[in-house]
Ligand binder design. Sequence first.
Ligand SMILES: [Zn+2]
Length: 180
Amino acid sequence: MIDYPITMKKSLISGIGVFSTRLIKMGERICFMEGREMNINEAIKRIKKGTQNNGDLLQIDNNMYMRMMELNRCVNHSCNPNSFIRGKNELITLKDILKEEEITYDYSTTMWEDKEELKNNFDEDVWTMNCSCGSQNCRKVIDQFYLLPNKLQKFYLENKFVPDFILKNHSKIKNNIQSK
Ligand SMILES: [Zn+2]
């Protein structure tokens, strides 16, 4: 097991959180997010059966998810995060994180699903979560990346504080608009 500079303990945001065990410098990799990968159809089937909590799933590509191991799924969301997902599944600091600070990322930066399609599968909007992270800029809701305020999308994209598939999806949309 790789010795990551993080540990789990009670969080002020929600339940159990993940905390740094030392100063982690801006741009440093905190850990890899790991777990079993599955496609959206399997994920939906499992959620409907009650054998999968959708909050434990990390989207890693279009139609692809990862059932995160405990240390990873305990990383809480914040609307004012101190880390982000890079590439496919690397958790990277976006600022210096002091020892014993809680590690957070913005879950919306890893969410890109067609909401209409999800509606066909679920009566309720299970993919949308309420937020009570306590940040000054709390959006109160955690939803798809493309539904974030434009300014925030731009901030995340320009700094590349998003995983590869979000960059890819966004550039596809941009090209479509330009070719019209
Ligand atoms: Zn929030």
